[in-house]
Design a protein around this ligand. Structure first.
Ligand SMILES: Nc1ncnc2c1ncn2[C@@H]1O[C@H](COP(=O)(O)OP(=O)(O)OP(=O)(O)O)[C@@H](O)[C@H]1O
Length: 332
């Protein structure tokens, strides 16, 4: 367990961390998710000991490490731009921390081989970093961070510099790696899809504070406020209620089934179809709210779209049974 209590960090007048409390359970993969400048890296670096807090404490496995140097915190760290030793092979890079710790040679060889197998670089021991792809280099960085068997693995946008396809692959791979090695991991990302995909817990940060912490489903289904809701996906505002595209239903008639007149619902909104876009199995319908002129979109199945027979210019009646009323913020 990592426990951060009452963490404050100011740069001049600016509060990068504004009284942050967070508990990160042992063995979890927790994502710190938030927009640029929200304090994610500052929090991660404070856990690592690379930043000194103005106030507050950091505990790792029950031990107060607030004043302990990074080297003695028993952590592995991977940055977006990993600085490999260019003149050393992959094997030597990964072995580096173990050599410094003067571990027996046979043990080092075995550990390094095992790790390179785990990160999928089994045949690459003798290559130099310049001979690896960006994704392979980040996997080598992870192997190096894991080599000394740290209690905690801290990842600061480790896939941030890679293209979308490689990122997506590495995400799946990181999840599998985590299921195998179970090391307590904290991942900084500004990409909600990445967080929803790999993390078992997400802490959403905004302006130096944590807005909400929970399992991905929990945050998605029960966002504490409109910030969390908007950050986790596309939202539209209908009659003052924030709703997700999948929650908006369309009908040819304005009558709303009684069962769907939820308290958190939007009521019926007379709209005009602007565009119908096929996205494989689903269809995105772009609509204009007739009363306000505002544009919004909904995503429905192809079957539903065919039943409705939608074409541009049609009048339809939209409603969403669930949503978050704007201004109903209850910051955690
Ligand atoms: N050394 C510093 N001196 C002054 N301000 C700083 C320093 N480091 C960070 N900040 C400021 O603190 C705030 C939080 O920075 P931090 O790097 O933690 O944000 P972040 O959420 O990780 O953002 P990003 O995703 O852009 O990295 C930012 O506004 C940043 O400009």
């Amino acid at each position: 367990m990592i426990t951060v209590t009452g963490a404050r960090k100011n740069y001049g007048d600016f509060a990068a961390l504004d009284d942050v409390d967070i508990e990160i359970p042992s063995g979890s993969l927790t994502a710190l998710l938030g927009p640029s400048g929200s304090g994610k890296s500052t929090l991660l670096r404070s856990i690592a000991g690379l930043e000194t807090l103005d106030h507050g404490t950091v505990r790792i496995a029950g031990k107060d490490v607030t004043d302990v140097t990074p080297q003695k915190r028993d952590i592995g760290f991977v940055f977006q731009h990993y600085a490999a030793f260019k003149h050393m092979t992959v094997r030597e890079n990964v072995a580096f921390g173990l050599k410094i710790r003067k571990r027996p040679k046979a043990e080092i060889t075995k550990r390094v081989d095992d790790l390179l197998e785990i990160v999928g670089l089994g045949g690459f021991q003798n290559r130099y970093p310049a001979q690896l792809s960006g994704g392979q280099r980040q996997r080598m960085a992870l192997a190096r961070a894991l080599a000394v068997d740290p209690q905690v693995l801290l990842l600061d946008e480790p896939f941030g510099a890679l293209d979308a396809k490689v990122r997506a692959d590495l995400r799946t791979w990181l999840r599998r790696l985590h299921d195998e090695v179970h090391v307590t991991t904290v991942l900084v990302t500004h990409d909600q899809e990445e967080a929803l995909d790999v993390a078992d817990r997400i802490a959403v940060m905004n302006a130096g504070r944590i807005e909400q912490i929970g399992a991905p489903d929990e945050l998605y289904d029960r966002p504490a406020n409109t910030f969390v809701m908007s950050f986790l996906g596309t939202v539209s505002k209908l009659n003052g209620v924030l709703v997700r595209p999948h929650d908006i239903r369309l009908a040819r008639q304005p009558e709303l089934p009684a069962a769907e007149q939820g308290e958190a619902g939007t009521g019926v909104i007379r709209s005009t179809v602007e565009r119908v876009v096929r996205l494989g199995f689903e269809v995105r319908v772009e609509l204009r709210n007739d009363a306000t002129g505002e544009l919004f979109t909904t995503q429905i199945t192809r079957g539903e779209a065919q039943d409705l027979g939608l074409v541009a210019g049609d009048t339809v009646y939209a409603h969403a049974p669930i949503g978050v009323r704007d201004g109903a913020d209850t910051p955690a």
